[in-house]
Design a protein around this ligand. Structure first.
Ligand SMILES: *[C@@H]1O[C@H](CO)[C@@H](O)[C@H](O)[C@H]1NC(C)=O
Ligand SMILES: *[C@@H]1O[C@H](CO)[C@@H](O)[C@H](O)[C@H]1NC(C)=O
Ligand SMILES: *[C@@H]1O[C@H](CO)[C@@H](O)[C@H](O)[C@H]1NC(C)=O
Ligand SMILES: *[C@@H]1O[C@H](CO)[C@@H](O)[C@H](O)[C@H]1NC(C)=O
Ligand SMILES: *[C@@H]1O[C@H](CO)[C@@H](O)[C@H](O)[C@H]1NC(C)=O
Ligand SMILES: *[C@@H]1O[C@H](CO)[C@@H](O)[C@H](O)[C@H]1NC(C)=O
Ligand SMILES: *[C@@H]1O[C@H](CO)[C@@H](O)[C@H](O)[C@H]1NC(C)=O
Ligand SMILES: *[C@@H]1O[C@H](CO)[C@@H](O)[C@H](O)[C@H]1NC(C)=O
Length: 455
């Protein structure tokens, strides 16, 4: 595997940049590969947490945008013949002259196919909603801020049969299986004008131009008209969004993007999934640093609207505390979305260096629905601490766990719904992939994984 050796070389090259006292030392792996490892230096991930890039809003700013009237948007959307799935779904529903199938017991978004008619007409018998929103009929009526979704930590970093990744299955599998939150880190590729999804450097792990992955996600969104998907873009280079926006626009995904009415969005400001679906605003896009909602109201500033528990956690108790933004007062934390980082890392000593790497040996415990160290327990602990469960359960290798799908079981429990879907990936090959991963030499895997654990 010459490319492996080459890539490890890159790893070392980048490490050397940040470690002036680094010394190289060669060892042989079980494969007989020569690998040069660093000695005499300690990788400190925490130093990468910026301290001065957080926006504070003393007042709410009205963005002068509107989320649109459901009936008018539906009328215009259904005229678009490219949207086959949405058009046919809406056509069949509008022919029955009501869209209240999405609202369950709530009549607020009842809407007729005639955009000039209105909900002032006499109330109809309340229908029983059977149409799932994000896989559960119960979610249609809930606010976006009142739902817990499984998230894929570093969603694009997929390499089947390799530890050089955070996920084993593609973004299409992730979405098909029920993941509704995708995290991805953007970097500039020195050889391309389009930014790429890369971890730390495109020499280390290049998941390709952001336009490819975003187009894949957009295509999935087009084909699934009752789903709301959230994307968190990591601004790896802390660049102004001007660098990214033209490329994001090119994918066509902005046609589905959610534009909030105010910034920052407090918990109660969020609309219901039903409203987002009926208005066609089904992609929520956040950026961690440097978002400018004056310039791009739809590119949401993450940390003024969503906090995170510590990343690269090594403690199986997963303390549910605010890490970013730093110094967030509890009363403010309670009024925004929050993300639980539940991807266990382990401190490993490699030739004298202590580094944090994903604890793949314990992934079945970490991704379980219950028990010590599990996602389920961690979500419950967060709920006790904060009065409500996290909005995002961010995990590595979402398809692995106590059993395939246990991460979705954990989310279903805090959502008070029943998980009964199949998981994960293409059924035929899923088992084989997992087995292949586990067979890889652990040391090599740990070396590799060390560089993909940054947020
Ligand atoms: C119709 O939908 C396609 C696919 O999403 C999109 O590219 C196109 O811009 C839409 N056209 C209109 C008029 O909205
Ligand atoms: C929509 O409603 C308006 C006012 O009630 C009516 O004039 C119009 O004919 C209706 N259009 C359709 C397509 O039903
Ligand atoms: C949603 O609201 C219900 C009812 O108040 C609550 O039990 C649940 O914890 C909330 N979930 C989230 C993620 O806010
Ligand atoms: C960029 O191009 C150089 C020269 O062709 C090559 O050595 C390098 O591997 C490329 N880097 C990436 C990230 O593709
Ligand atoms: C990173 O961002 C800076 C400032 O926004 C920009 O000048 C620079 O070109 C970016 N880096 C690359 C490799 O494009
Ligand atoms: C944000 O965008 C607005 C409008 O384009 C611009 O005036 C402002 O300088 C930007 N703020 C930052 C911090 O770049
Ligand atoms: C996790 O996997 C390990 C090794 O395959 C096994 O020994 C252990 O019993 C499993 N634990 C759980 C909770 O499934
Ligand atoms: C959970 O759902 C059940 C039935 O669906 C309902 O009776 C119960 O009140 C719900 N619990 C909470 C905390 O919302």
């Amino acid at each position: 595997m010459p490319s492996l050796t080459r890539r490890l070389g890159y790893v070392l090259g980048v490490l050397s940049l940040g470690a002036s006292l680094a010394h190289g030392q060669s060892i042989s792996t079980v494969n007989g590969e020569e690998i040069t490892m660093l000695t005499g230096t300690k990788t400190q991930h925490t130093t990468s947490i910026p301290t001065n890039l957080y926006q504070t809003y003393t007042t709410r700013i009205t963005l002068g945008t509107t989320t649109g009237s459901e009936s008018t948007i539906i009328a215009s959307v259904s005229g678009n013949v490219s949207d086959v799935a949405l058009t046919s779904a809406l056509a069949s529903e509008t022919s029955s002259a009501t869209l209240s199938y999405l609202t369950g017991t709530n009549s607020h978004s009842t809407s007729t196919s005639n955009s000039t008619a209105s909900s002032t007409e006499s109330p109809k018998p309340v229908p029983t909603n059977t149409r799932p929103c994000n896989n559960y009929p119960e979610f249609c009526d809930r606010k976006y801020s009142n739902i817990t979704e499984v998230g894929c930590h570093n969603s694009p970093f997929v390499r089947s049969g390799s530890f050089a990744a955070n996920q084993a299955l593609s973004v299409v599998d992730q979405l098909n299986d029920g993941v509704r939150f995708l995290q991805a880190q953007i970097q500039f590729s020195p050889n391309d004008t389009v930014p790429h999804f890369c971890h730390t450097s495109c020499d280390l792990f290049d998941a390709g131009p952001i336009t490819e992955w975003l187009t894949t996600v957009k295509d999935w969104v087009v084909a699934h008209p009752y789903d709301v998907v959230t994307i968190l873009l990591g601004n790896g280079n802390y660049s102004t969004p001007d660098f990214y926006v033209p490329h994001i626009e090119k994918t066509g995904i902005l046609r589905y993007v959610y534009t909030p009415p105010v910034v920052p969005m407090a918990l109660d400001d969020w609309p219901t999934l039903s409203h987002m679906i009926l208005t066609g605003q089904r992609v929520v896009m956040f950026m961690d640093y440097m978002a400018n909602q004056t310039a791009y109201p739809w590119l949401l500033d993450q940390f003024s609207q969503m906090w995170e528990s510590p990343f690269d956690p090594v403690d199986q108790n997963f303390p549910c505390v605010v890490q970013r933004p730093p110094d967030l007062p509890p009363d403010q934390a309670k009024n925004r979305l929050y993300l639980l980082n539940h991807n266990l890392n382990v401190e490993t000593s490699l030739l004298g260096n202590t580094i944090n790497v994903p604890d793949t040996a314990r992934i079945n415990i970490t991704n379980s629905a219950e028990g010590f160290g599990s996602l389920g327990l961690s979500a419950n602990n967060c709920r006790s601490d904060w009065g409500r469960p996290p909005n995002i359960l961010n995990v590595d290798y979402y398809n692995m766990g106590e059993y395939p799908g246990s991460v979705f079981e954990a989310a279903a429990r805090v959502n008070n719904v029943t998980y009964n879907r199949k998981c994960c990936g293409e059924e035929a090959s899923a088992a084989g992939r997992i087995e292949a991963m586990l067979k890889l030499p652990l040391t090599l895997g740990l070396m590799w994984a060390a560089f993909w654990t940054l947020v």
